[in-house]
Design a binder for this molecule. Structure first.
Ligand SMILES: [Zn+2]
Length: 395
């Protein structure tokens, strides 16, 4: 099924369920299993046969980890897709190719997106507040989310966009010159430019610049452990707590993402989690409760959780935005399950934008958009009750 027919199928499926595309998401709560049943078929990405460019380019490097197979085939070992490529094939993420029996990345030193962002935008709310993150992305993603915010670059090949020339040393120099305290690997999917990220992160560490991994968490444990050696913080997008939804909405699986969360936690990396609430897909109350229970059991109470508001886009442009009441309700569920710091994102002015001490409940950081107002954390402690607040507070 090609993209257009899949999309048409999805929209017609929605129209069947909903009197109008703008009906409240709550109206079809409880219909999720049927909805999923009528949704698009498995959207898992496939490799691109005979799609590799004939020649390598300046931004090619041999891949960090792969397995050589008989008949000149290679298997990429970076992410759970574990693409097996014959000579001339391209990976699901579009970044890797089999060039004459060797696996190469085509995304090394050629970001297509470079910005200096407030660290709060990642979002990281408990990591060096009010500092800047030099943020880079190349093309490519190993998932196929129907709601992708950055599909123009995540679902593109490196040859299809305008690339900058910015090798790892230059990234760190640029970060230092913009007074950014960290480098964020973000926007598309950082694990698809793993080699570029790892080399940059190693140089950044030597220069006392922090490394932020902003990711869907769809990465294998061995390369992740290598990255952890030079990683300071991560925000992982836990897209749902259902393997079936991962298959239908994202083209991936849940388990590897949970493994990533556990690894980051065990390695002591500062970790925050984002959960985008997509109406009709990921807004099931019981599932959210289960997800929060899993987080408390396996990761503890101290990793901040961000419930993020969905806005219609990409292949889900007919869905309504997430009702604010749903996000508020999920925040209450998460706190009742025991998570100490729960935020609501993409809703300006919501009380869930601010940080409240988990001990005395007083507001200790006020946020207006990405700007910080009042700040009652000193030396990592709440100034009202002296409780230590989880996070990295000193710049
Ligand atoms: Zn307090």
């Amino acid at each position: 099924m090609n993209t257009l027919s899949r999309r048409t199928f999805l929209i017609s499926g929605l129209c069947f369920l909903m009197p109008s595309p703008w009906v409240s998401a709550l109206d079809f709560k409880g219909l999720m299993p049927e909805f999923l049943q009528w949704g698009p078929e498995d959207i898992k990405g496939t490799i691109f046969k005979n799609d590799a460019p004939e020649k390598l380019w300046a931004w090619s490097r041999e891949a960090f980890t792969y397995t050589t197979l008989p008949h000149g085939r290679v298997q990429c070992d970076i992410c759970p897709n574990r693409c097996i490529l014959s000579k001339g094939d391209r990976s699901v993420c579009r970044s890797k190719i089999n060039h004459d029996g060797t696996l190469y990345t085509l995304t090394y030193g050629n970001p297509c997106s470079v910005h200096v962002d407030p660290v709060e935008k990642k979002p990281l709310f408990h990591f060096k507040p009010e500092t800047l993150a030099f943020s880079i992305a190349t093309t490519g993603c190993n998932l196929r989310c129907l709601n992708c915010q950055n599909w123009e670059i995540s679902q593109a090949k490196p040859h299809d966009v305008r690339n900058m020339d910015l090798f790892p040393n230059a990234v760190v120099q640029e970060a230092l010159s913009t007074k950014a305290q960290s480098i964020a690997y973000t926007y598309s999917e950082a694990s698809t430019f793993f080699e570029y990220m790892l080399d940059t992160a190693r140089i950044a560490r030597k220069n006392k610049v922090s490394n932020l991994y902003i990711s869907n968490g769809y990465i294998n444990t061995d390369p992740l452990l290598e990255l952890c050696k030079v990683l300071d913080a991560a925000n992982i997008n836990l897209k749902s707590f259902s393997d079936a939804i991962y298959k239908k909405l994202n083209g991936g699986r849940l388990e590897p993402v949970l493994d990533t969360l556990k690894t980051l936690h065990q390695q002591g990396i500062h970790l925050e989690i984002t959960n985008l609430v997509v109406p009709g897909y990921t807004d099931d109350e019981d599932m959210v409760k289960q997800m929060c229970g899993w987080i408390v059991t396996h990761l503890g109470q101290n990793h901040p959780l961000h419930f993020s508001r969905f806005f219609p886009q990409y292949k889900l442009d007919r869905l309504p935005p997430t009702p604010v009441a749903t996000l508020s309700h999920f925040r209450e569920i998460a706190m009742a399950e025991g998570i100490h710091y729960v935020y609501v994102g993409n809703v300006p002015g919501h009380e869930g934008n601010h940080t409240y001490c988990h001990q005395c409940k007083k507001r200790i950081i006020e946020r207006n958009g990405y700007m910080i107002g009042e700040n009652h954390i000193s030396k990592g402690r709440c100034t009202f009750c002296q409780t230590q607040i989880p996070g990295v507070w000193e710049s």
